[in-house]
Design a binder for this molecule. Structure first.
Ligand code: BV8
Ligand code: ZN
Length: 257
């Protein structure tokens, strides 16, 4: 890492140390170094599948088998990947700061697997199932709903016996969980340092959070190898992979602790 970048890192570490409250919003980019494809990059999920065909209720009603094929493929992929150094650094960050709130758009459960507690999951969690009718949520290890997706066999809700089960994720056109919205908005308004990490910042309402934080006086930092919709507004940008820069920041924080 060239000198200028390490100076920038040191400046950010100083801000992290002084901050009374830090907020981080993560997107698919933080899981890229774990081998999980993002959505909108050249090799991203949305380039092979159109979100309109898969990540919305109409698609599920029209062709539940196709949607289940996609999520079963993603679940199988998730069973083979591990958190990367960026996830672990974020998990460690919370013990090094006065106050740290981790908000994620990701449904891949990797922040929890890396040890992050109290992760605010704006778009749900792919490991859980939910009934499309009665909205009962089933945890991954609930034996009543463990099923091996096989062609033609679609999982039904054992509670209401009518609804189809679906992954407990937020699809386009669906409201985000009320508590996740409330908690993340409060954290963004309260923080004095906001980190937008690994997100293209195009999906709302999540993409509004960095701007809410900045409008409330927070210093806005972006960590993303690419320029995004947010880059022009960020007070500081790191054009580097999160799996590299986050451990660097944590190590500098620990050195100067
Ligand atoms: C809502 C499902 C209220 C889970 C996802 C018309 C009708 C209805 C709604 C709308 C509409 N027009 C607009 C909307 C709102 C819509 C929206 O924002 N659309 C956008 C696309 C224009 N939002 C919604 O519908 C939301 N609900 O608004 O409800 C409502 C209700 C009814 C009617 C109106 C409004 C619901 C949004 C949630 C949708 N669900 N996924 C799943 O299967 O995963 S969205 C999908 O995008 C994922 O959840 C993902 O989290 C999210 C954001 O993507 P990113 O995480 O940013 O990933 P992306 O690939 O884009 O970028 C990755 C970045 O990482 C890149 O920048 C790359 O450079 C970077 N990167 C790569 N490597 C690294 C890296 N960074 C760091 N380190 C690296 N190594
Ligand atoms: Zn049900």
């Amino acid at each position: 890492m060239e000198d200028q970048a390490s100076e920038t890192c040191k400046a950010l570490v100083e801000r992290l140390r002084r901050a009374s409250s830090v907020c981080a919003l993560t997107g698919a980019g933080v899981s890229k170094e774990s081998g999980v494809p993002t959505f909108r990059e050249a090799d991203g999920l949305w380039n092979r599948f159109r979100p309109e065909e898969l990540a919305n209720v109409e698609a599920f009603i029209r062709n539940p088998t196709l949607v289940w094929e996609w999520y079963s493929w993603r679940r199988e992929l998730m069973s083979r990947v591990q958190p990367n150094a960026g996830h672990y650094a974020l998990a460690e960050l919370s013990s090094l700061l006065k106050s740290f709130t981790l908000i994620t758009q990701n449904v891949d459960n990797l922040h929890r697997q890396a040890g992050s507690k109290d992760v605010i999951e704006l778009h749900g969690n792919i490991q859980r199932n939910k009934c499309q009718e009665c909205k009962t949520v089933y945890l991954p290890d609930d034996s009543r709903t463990r099923f091996e997706f096989r062609k033609g066999q679609l999982p039904h809700c054992p509670e209401c016996n009518t609804g189809l089960l679906r992954p407990d994720v937020v699809w386009f056109g669906e409201m985000l969980p009320e508590d996740a919205i409330t908690q993340s908005w409060e954290a963004a308004e309260r923080c004095d340092l906001f980190l937008s990490i690994g997100t293209s910042a195009v999906v709302y309402p999540a993409a509004a959070l960095p701007q809410v934080a900045q409008a409330s006086g927070a210093f806005l930092v972006e960590i993303n190898p690419q320029v995004t919709e947010l880059s022009g507004k960020a007070d500081l940008s790191f054009r580097e992979p999160s799996g590299e820069i986050l451990p660097t920041l944590v190590n500098l924080l620990k050195e100067q602790a």
